[in-house]
Design a protein around this ligand. Structure first.
Ligand code: GLA
Length: 384
């Protein structure tokens, strides 16, 4: 439905109906948080919430954009150097254009209208979805011949360099490579990936949205990255072969980091443990041992909360409330942190009862409304 609304708006604004339509989804991540930028493992999937975009070339060198959900437009020249917009959202698009220009592509102007139903600030990667939608669309309308992994890397670089968040590759990868009813284990060092059917009859992915504005997210996120790098440097003094936390063991951290800097030790040991949880968690899924997988989700949350310190009172509370509740297999905070959603594996018929119980309590204790979504696993970025 959003596709036709976007197409119609495009027609209204630009008096043309020859636009390419693209759908690019948000993502969930079952386990493996803050591991991507440490060359580790993640286990995400694309979901049924997405950005929908209509786009067409212009005969001149202008970029004209319209964000339907915000009712805002942007207009500017495509000539480099591109300058960030104070509206913020155009930067996800301009960042992609800048990357393409940096690769030596000369692309012309374009018109673009987009809308989406990925909840903003919920840690479901609406920004990666938008970046992927744009690179995917520009690749087609200008015939650039880019392969999907190159597009993923460009989306990530756009976010790193133009938007300024030093994010890893997970969100863009999951959004681009998603497949219906499958989760993907990505090795963020080699970029090898494996699809695993997410077969859990009667189970659903329930996302509980803390509704916490994660304003700390980008600055603290970048700090966590630096802390991981600091840990790697300490280990490298004794193990020069080590390149990232992927190569580091808990023993190395105890020997070389814990005595020097307790905080850095805590951060790094979370990452090393989280990587191990992704690997053994996928084994659990293959064996159909969901209970064991769920325990790892709780352990992941504990690490995010106590060692990596990227949770918040609201997500700790939500995970605490569902822990031990019959029919809830596992739960943890998802995404970059400091708010966003918790991801919960819950028996379908218990969901209504659970949210009906939690919502008023959440309002009472946290003074916020609780929102929730069911995450259905869908295909990645594609033309519609
Ligand atoms: C954000 C980033 C990802 C990843 C997660 C944490 O979503 O964009 O690259 O680091 O946080 O796992």
């Amino acid at each position: 439905m959003l596709t036709s609304q976007v197409a119609q708006k495009f027609q209204e604004i630009f008096a043309s109906n020859g636009a390419l339509l693209v759908r690019s989804p948000g993502r969930v991540n079952l386990i493996g948080e803050h591991t991507d930028y440490n060359n580790g493992f993640v286990l995400p999937a694309a979901v049924d919430k997405a950005i929908y975009l209509a786009i067409a070339r212009r005969p001149d060198d202008e970029i004209q954009l319209f964000a339907m959900d915000l009712g805002q437009s942007y207009r500017g020249p495509i000539r480099p150097p591109l300058t960030p917009s104070a509206l913020h959202w155009p930067n996800y698009i301009l960042g992609i254009v800048e990357q393409l220009q940096g690769m030596g592509f000369t692309i012309g102007g374009f018109n673009c209208v987009f809308a989406g139903d990925i909840p903003l600030g919920a840690g479901m990667s609406s920004s990666a979805a938008l970046e992927n939608a744009v690179i995917f669309a520009l690749n087609l309308i200008f015939g650039l011949g880019l392969d999907p992994m190159t597009m993923v890397r460009l989306s990530q670089k756009a976010e790193n360099e133009f938007v300024g968040l030093q994010c890893g590759i997970m969100d863009m990868f999951a959004s681009m490579f998603g497949r219906k009813d499958q989760v993907i284990r990505l090795d963020c060092r080699s970029l090898e990936y494996t699809y695993f059917p997410f077969k859990a009859p009667g189970l659903r992915i329930l996302l509980l949205d803390t509704q916490v504005e994660h304003s700390l997210a980008s600055s603290e996120y970048n700090v966590r990255r630096q802390q991981c790098e600091a840990g790697v440097k300490l280990v490298q003094r004794h193990h020069p072969e080590v390149k990232s936390l992927r190569d580091v063991t808990l023993e190395m951290l105890s020997a070389h980091v814990a005595p020097v800097d307790e905080l850095i030790w805590r951060r790094c040991s979370f990452v090393v443990e989280e990587n191990a949880r992704v690997l053994s968690g996928t084994e659990d899924l293959l064996r159909g041992d969901l209970a064991a997988f769920g325990e790892k989700m709780y352990a992941s949350h504990d690490g995010l909360s106590q060692k990596y310190e990227v949770s918040c009172a609201e997500s700790d509370w939500l995970v605490g409330q569902v822990r031990g509740v019959e029919g809830v297999i596992g739960a943890r905070q998802m995404g970059g942190g400091f708010g966003g959603c918790t991801i919960n594996l819950v028996e379908e018929e218990l969901i209504d009862g659970l949210v009906t119980r939690l919502a008023p309590l959440y309002r009472e204790v946290m003074k916020r409304d609780l929102k929730w979504y069911i995450g259905r696993i869908e295909d990645g970025t594609s033309a519609v």
